[in-house]
Design a protein around this ligand. Sequence first.
Ligand code: FES
Length: 93
Amino acid sequence: MARTVRLTATGPHRIDPATIAPGKMISICVCGLSQNYPICDGSHKITRAEEPGVLYTYSADAKAVIAQRPDDQYQPPAATAATPDQPPPIAGA
Ligand code: FES
């Protein structure tokens, strides 16, 4: 569940806080698919079908997967230590 993203910007995108309605939040796109990048436009919803270990390429309008292949840089999450069924006894109890 990763994707290739083609970005062409070479500088920052400044957001004037005065343009944001008081009390309203904006979300920054971290999926790379927003058509209003860097502001999230909901395009990330298509990534919910992505599977671990696959590298996806989306159409320019981010509405369809146009290619996918094994992700050779994929690293599965580290296994977490097993937790005991019972907590350790309390000394002196
Ligand atoms: S996080 Fe990218 S469109 Fe929402």
